[in-house]
Ligand binder design. Structure first.
Ligand SMILES: [Zn+2]
Length: 242
Protein backbone atom coordinates (compact mmCIF):
# COMPACT_ATOMS: atom_id res chain seq x y z
CA UNK A 1 0.00 0.00 0.00
CA UNK A 2 1.29 3.45 -0.85
CA UNK A 3 1.54 5.87 2.03
CA UNK A 4 -1.45 8.09 2.42
CA UNK A 5 -0.34 11.65 1.73
CA UNK A 6 -1.88 14.84 2.90
CA UNK A 7 -2.08 17.93 0.79
CA UNK A 8 -2.92 21.50 1.40
CA UNK A 9 -4.70 23.54 3.94
CA UNK A 10 -7.62 21.22 4.27
CA UNK A 11 -5.31 18.40 5.14
CA UNK A 12 -7.30 16.07 2.99
CA UNK A 13 -5.76 12.67 2.67
CA UNK A 14 -5.12 12.17 -0.97
CA UNK A 15 -5.23 8.58 -2.06
CA UNK A 16 -2.67 7.38 -4.50
CA UNK A 17 -3.86 8.81 -7.76
CA UNK A 18 -5.30 6.12 -9.89
CA UNK A 19 -3.90 6.92 -13.27
CA UNK A 20 -0.62 5.12 -12.81
CA UNK A 21 -2.02 2.37 -10.67
CA UNK A 22 -5.01 1.94 -12.91
CA UNK A 23 -2.78 1.79 -15.92
CA UNK A 24 -0.96 -1.01 -14.17
CA UNK A 25 -4.30 -2.64 -13.53
CA UNK A 26 -5.10 -2.26 -17.19
CA UNK A 27 -1.96 -4.20 -18.06
CA UNK A 28 -2.80 -6.87 -15.52
CA UNK A 29 -6.31 -7.03 -16.89
CA UNK A 30 -4.99 -7.64 -20.37
CA UNK A 31 -2.73 -10.41 -19.20
CA UNK A 32 -5.56 -11.98 -17.31
CA UNK A 33 -7.82 -11.80 -20.29
CA UNK A 34 -5.25 -13.63 -22.39
CA UNK A 35 -4.47 -16.13 -19.69
CA UNK A 36 -8.17 -16.74 -19.22
CA UNK A 37 -8.49 -17.68 -22.85
CA UNK A 38 -5.65 -20.13 -22.78
CA UNK A 39 -7.09 -21.87 -19.76
CA UNK A 40 -10.64 -21.92 -21.03
CA UNK A 41 -9.86 -23.27 -24.47
CA UNK A 42 -7.42 -25.90 -23.27
CA UNK A 43 -6.20 -27.12 -26.64
CA UNK A 44 -3.24 -25.55 -28.42
CA UNK A 45 -0.17 -23.69 -27.26
CA UNK A 46 0.09 -20.02 -26.44
CA UNK A 47 1.31 -19.29 -29.97
CA UNK A 48 -2.06 -20.26 -31.37
CA UNK A 49 -3.60 -17.79 -29.02
CA UNK A 50 -1.41 -14.95 -30.20
CA UNK A 51 -3.93 -13.84 -32.79
CA UNK A 52 -6.34 -13.04 -30.03
CA UNK A 53 -3.95 -10.75 -28.20
CA UNK A 54 -4.86 -7.67 -30.16
CA UNK A 55 -8.50 -8.45 -29.80
CA UNK A 56 -8.15 -8.81 -26.08
CA UNK A 57 -6.60 -5.39 -25.89
CA UNK A 58 -10.09 -4.02 -26.05
CA UNK A 59 -11.54 -6.71 -23.84
CA UNK A 60 -13.96 -5.59 -21.22
CA UNK A 61 -11.60 -6.95 -18.60
CA UNK A 62 -9.36 -3.99 -19.28
CA UNK A 63 -9.91 -2.00 -16.13
CA UNK A 64 -13.40 -0.54 -16.22
CA UNK A 65 -12.48 1.20 -12.95
CA UNK A 66 -10.52 3.67 -15.03
CA UNK A 67 -13.72 5.21 -16.29
CA UNK A 68 -16.00 7.67 -14.65
CA UNK A 69 -19.33 6.04 -13.98
CA UNK A 70 -22.09 8.52 -14.60
CA UNK A 71 -25.14 7.75 -12.49
CA UNK A 72 -28.54 9.25 -11.83
CA UNK A 73 -27.04 11.13 -8.90
CA UNK A 74 -25.11 14.20 -9.98
CA UNK A 75 -21.38 13.55 -9.63
CA UNK A 76 -19.08 16.51 -9.04
CA UNK A 77 -16.03 16.48 -11.26
CA UNK A 78 -13.08 18.72 -11.99
CA UNK A 79 -11.89 18.57 -15.57
CA UNK A 80 -8.14 18.44 -16.10
CA UNK A 81 -6.98 19.92 -19.36
CA UNK A 82 -8.83 22.30 -21.63
CA UNK A 83 -9.96 19.65 -24.08
CA UNK A 84 -10.24 15.92 -24.68
CA UNK A 85 -6.98 13.99 -24.95
CA UNK A 86 -8.45 11.34 -27.22
CA UNK A 87 -11.38 11.45 -29.62
CA UNK A 88 -12.64 8.53 -31.65
CA UNK A 89 -15.61 6.75 -33.15
CA UNK A 90 -16.30 3.12 -32.50
CA UNK A 91 -18.14 0.30 -34.18
CA UNK A 92 -20.52 -1.70 -32.06
CA UNK A 93 -20.17 -5.38 -32.90
CA UNK A 94 -22.91 -7.39 -31.28
CA UNK A 95 -21.32 -10.64 -32.53
CA UNK A 96 -18.27 -10.26 -30.29
CA UNK A 97 -18.91 -12.46 -27.31
CA UNK A 98 -15.44 -12.52 -25.83
CA UNK A 99 -14.39 -9.01 -24.94
CA UNK A 100 -15.57 -5.53 -25.71
CA UNK A 101 -18.22 -5.17 -28.39
CA UNK A 102 -16.96 -1.68 -29.02
CA UNK A 103 -14.20 -1.54 -31.64
CA UNK A 104 -12.29 1.64 -32.34
CA UNK A 105 -12.79 2.79 -35.92
CA UNK A 106 -9.50 3.31 -37.70
CA UNK A 107 -10.87 6.68 -38.79
CA UNK A 108 -9.54 6.19 -42.30
CA UNK A 109 -11.33 4.96 -45.44
CA UNK A 110 -9.50 1.61 -45.20
CA UNK A 111 -11.03 0.72 -41.81
CA UNK A 112 -12.03 -2.92 -42.43
CA UNK A 113 -15.37 -2.54 -40.65
CA UNK A 114 -16.24 0.62 -42.57
CA UNK A 115 -15.24 -1.16 -45.78
CA UNK A 116 -17.83 -3.90 -45.18
CA UNK A 117 -20.48 -1.28 -44.54
CA UNK A 118 -20.62 -1.21 -40.76
CA UNK A 119 -21.10 2.31 -39.44
CA UNK A 120 -19.00 3.61 -36.54
CA UNK A 121 -21.92 5.07 -34.66
CA UNK A 122 -20.53 5.79 -31.24
CA UNK A 123 -18.52 8.93 -30.62
CA UNK A 124 -16.23 9.32 -27.61
CA UNK A 125 -14.32 12.34 -26.41
CA UNK A 126 -12.08 11.35 -23.52
CA UNK A 127 -11.24 13.72 -20.70
CA UNK A 128 -9.23 13.33 -17.54
CA UNK A 129 -11.42 14.28 -14.62
CA UNK A 130 -11.11 14.19 -10.88
CA UNK A 131 -14.21 12.52 -9.55
CA UNK A 132 -15.47 13.88 -6.25
CA UNK A 133 -18.19 11.29 -6.01
CA UNK A 134 -16.67 10.51 -2.64
CA UNK A 135 -15.51 13.99 -1.59
CA UNK A 136 -13.04 12.51 0.89
CA UNK A 137 -11.36 10.39 -1.76
CA UNK A 138 -10.99 12.33 -4.97
CA UNK A 139 -9.88 10.06 -7.73
CA UNK A 140 -8.62 10.51 -11.27
CA UNK A 141 -10.85 8.95 -13.91
CA UNK A 142 -11.26 8.92 -17.66
CA UNK A 143 -14.55 10.38 -18.74
CA UNK A 144 -15.85 9.29 -22.11
CA UNK A 145 -18.30 11.92 -23.20
CA UNK A 146 -20.71 11.42 -26.08
CA UNK A 147 -21.26 13.91 -28.84
CA UNK A 148 -23.96 16.02 -27.17
CA UNK A 149 -22.03 16.61 -23.98
CA UNK A 150 -18.78 17.03 -25.91
CA UNK A 151 -20.41 19.84 -27.90
CA UNK A 152 -21.57 21.53 -24.71
CA UNK A 153 -18.07 21.25 -23.32
CA UNK A 154 -16.61 22.72 -26.46
CA UNK A 155 -18.99 25.67 -26.27
CA UNK A 156 -17.86 26.35 -22.72
CA UNK A 157 -14.19 25.74 -23.53
CA UNK A 158 -14.22 28.25 -26.35
CA UNK A 159 -16.24 30.87 -24.53
CA UNK A 160 -13.93 33.45 -23.01
CA UNK A 161 -16.33 34.12 -20.16
CA UNK A 162 -17.40 30.58 -19.23
CA UNK A 163 -14.22 28.70 -20.07
CA UNK A 164 -11.69 27.25 -20.20
CA UNK A 165 -12.77 23.86 -18.88
CA UNK A 166 -9.81 23.64 -16.52
CA UNK A 167 -10.27 27.08 -15.03
CA UNK A 168 -9.26 27.05 -11.40
CA UNK A 169 -12.65 27.92 -9.95
CA UNK A 170 -14.65 25.73 -12.29
CA UNK A 171 -16.23 22.39 -11.45
CA UNK A 172 -18.97 20.44 -13.19
CA UNK A 173 -21.66 17.98 -12.34
CA UNK A 174 -22.76 15.23 -14.64
CA UNK A 175 -25.70 12.90 -14.29
CA UNK A 176 -27.80 10.69 -16.50
CA UNK A 177 -31.43 9.91 -16.84
CA UNK A 178 -32.91 6.87 -18.49
CA UNK A 179 -35.53 7.97 -21.00
CA UNK A 180 -37.82 5.63 -22.89
CA UNK A 181 -35.46 5.00 -25.75
CA UNK A 182 -32.21 6.60 -24.73
CA UNK A 183 -30.06 7.82 -21.91
CA UNK A 184 -29.90 11.54 -21.45
CA UNK A 185 -26.94 13.26 -19.84
CA UNK A 186 -27.05 16.57 -18.04
CA UNK A 187 -23.96 18.70 -17.53
CA UNK A 188 -23.82 21.67 -15.22
CA UNK A 189 -21.14 24.17 -14.40
CA UNK A 190 -20.52 24.79 -10.73
CA UNK A 191 -18.39 27.60 -9.35
CA UNK A 192 -15.96 26.66 -6.65
CA UNK A 193 -17.63 29.03 -4.23
CA UNK A 194 -20.95 27.18 -4.58
CA UNK A 195 -19.55 23.68 -4.29
CA UNK A 196 -19.95 23.27 -0.59
CA UNK A 197 -23.34 24.85 -0.30
CA UNK A 198 -24.83 23.04 -3.25
CA UNK A 199 -23.09 19.68 -3.13
CA UNK A 200 -21.38 19.36 0.25
CA UNK A 201 -18.08 19.12 -1.53
CA UNK A 202 -14.91 20.99 -0.50
CA UNK A 203 -12.87 22.33 -3.40
CA UNK A 204 -9.58 20.60 -4.10
CA UNK A 205 -6.45 22.21 -2.73
CA UNK A 206 -3.87 23.51 -5.20
CA UNK A 207 -1.49 20.79 -4.06
CA UNK A 208 -4.03 18.03 -4.67
CA UNK A 209 -4.81 19.45 -8.07
CA UNK A 210 -1.15 19.62 -9.00
CA UNK A 211 -0.68 16.01 -7.93
CA UNK A 212 -3.53 14.88 -10.17
CA UNK A 213 -2.33 17.04 -13.01
CA UNK A 214 0.99 15.23 -12.96
CA UNK A 215 -0.86 11.96 -13.59
CA UNK A 216 -3.00 13.20 -16.45
CA UNK A 217 -2.91 12.04 -20.06
CA UNK A 218 -1.28 13.95 -22.89
CA UNK A 219 -3.04 14.81 -26.12
CA UNK A 220 -2.64 11.81 -28.40
CA UNK A 221 -2.68 9.17 -25.67
CA UNK A 222 -5.22 6.54 -26.63
CA UNK A 223 -7.89 5.11 -24.38
CA UNK A 224 -8.76 2.29 -26.69
CA UNK A 225 -6.14 0.88 -29.03
CA UNK A 226 -6.94 0.31 -32.67
CA UNK A 227 -7.13 -3.36 -33.57
CA UNK A 228 -4.47 -4.38 -36.06
CA UNK A 229 -5.30 -5.89 -39.43
CA UNK A 230 -5.38 -9.50 -38.24
CA UNK A 231 -7.65 -8.78 -35.32
CA UNK A 232 -9.89 -6.65 -37.51
CA UNK A 233 -10.12 -9.54 -39.95
CA UNK A 234 -11.39 -11.76 -37.15
CA UNK A 235 -14.03 -9.19 -36.28
CA UNK A 236 -15.06 -8.74 -39.91
CA UNK A 237 -15.40 -12.54 -40.19
CA UNK A 238 -17.71 -12.55 -37.18
CA UNK A 239 -19.83 -9.85 -38.76
CA UNK A 240 -19.97 -11.56 -42.16
CA UNK A 241 -20.80 -14.97 -40.69
CA UNK A 242 -23.89 -13.71 -38.93
ZN1 LIG B 1 -14.48 2.13 -39.16
Amino acid sequence: MPESRTYGRRRRALPATTSATEKAGFEVGKREAVTGRVVSTGAGGPTQMAGWDAMDKTASASGSDMYLKVTEEATVIKIIGDGPFDVYNSHWIEEIEDGSKSVRCWGTPDCPLCVVGDKAKRFSACFDVISLEDPDSPVLKIWEAGIKIARQLKDIATDGKRGPLNRGDLYFTIKKEQKKKSVEYTLERVKERDLYEEYDVEPLSDEALAAFLAEAHQWGDVVKEKLDEDAMEEVVDLVMES
